[in-house]
Design a protein around this ligand. Structure first.
Ligand SMILES: [Fe+2]
Ligand SMILES: [Fe+2]
Length: 222
């Protein structure tokens, strides 16, 4: 029986590598084969999984359910595809039994994985999500959008959507802050709320410093 984590990682890697190459319209030839310039989807997914491994023991959530949901929550999400409406949560949920079939994942936990994935979208919550595992996926997914790694992911992918420069990154980064505040106000779990505030302070400091360097050169420097 294939280990379920390996099966999940492979499924996400295969889909997102191919989609990244489609999206960038350029790739690198490597000894391992054709590789995308930057695989945003995989890097984001990895950040979400790492966060789950931190969060679940702190809140007593079932790590099998949350980690599988983290691996697969965006497993068929394509990078910017204006021709189709966004049904990626429902589409990913449908794929879950197929990807986990023949692995050592406990089959009785599959519906809980699907439940979490179906509810992970949106940047604000009107009320806390239940059960805990569904709440944890939301928190891990959104934490990944407001951390230090998110700045790298954002910077690396931005140029694929439009021509960018430092001033544009600064403008878009500052516009993201109110949305990040909304995310932090919506977190379900105590550790995510605390970590969210830490990351929000970091993001604000980062963009304040970038503005200081780029727009108001060295204001306040001796
Ligand atoms: Fe998603
Ligand atoms: Fe995501």
């Amino acid at each position: 029986m294939k280990p379920w984590r390996e099966a999940c990682e492979q499924a996400v890697r295969d889909f997102s590598d191919a989609d990244s190459i489609r999206f960038w319209r350029v790739s690198h030839a490597t000894p391992e084969g054709e590789r995308p310039v930057f695989n945003y989807r995989f890097e984001h997914t990895l950040a979400v999984v790492k966060t789950a491994r931190w969060l679940c023991p702190l809140v007593g959530a079932d790590l099998d359910i949350v980690e599988a949901a983290c691996w697969l929550h965006d497993c068929v999400k394509r990078l910017k595809d204006p021709s189709s409406k966004d049904t990626h949560a429902a589409d990913a949920s449908v794929k879950v039994p197929e990807i986990l079939a023949g692995t050592d994942f406990p089959s009785e936990k599959i519906p809980a994985v699907q439940h979490a994935i179906e509810r992970h979208v949106g940047l604000r919550l009107a009320k806390k999500l239940e059960p805990l595992e569904t709440a944890c996926l939301w928190d891990c997914d959104k934490l990944s959008k407001i951390g230090a790694a998110s700045l790298i992911h954002f910077g690396c992918i931005s140029g694929a959507f439009q021509p960018i420069d430092t001033a544009t990154i600064l403008e878009r980064g500052e516009a993201w802050i109110p949305l990040a505040e909304g995310i932090v106000a919506s977190f379900n779990t105590g550790p995510a709320i605390a970590e969210g505030h830490r990351r929000l302070a970091f993001l604000k400091a980062h963009y304040a410093q970038l503005r200081r360097e780029w727009t108001d050169p060295m204001e306040g420097a001796p």
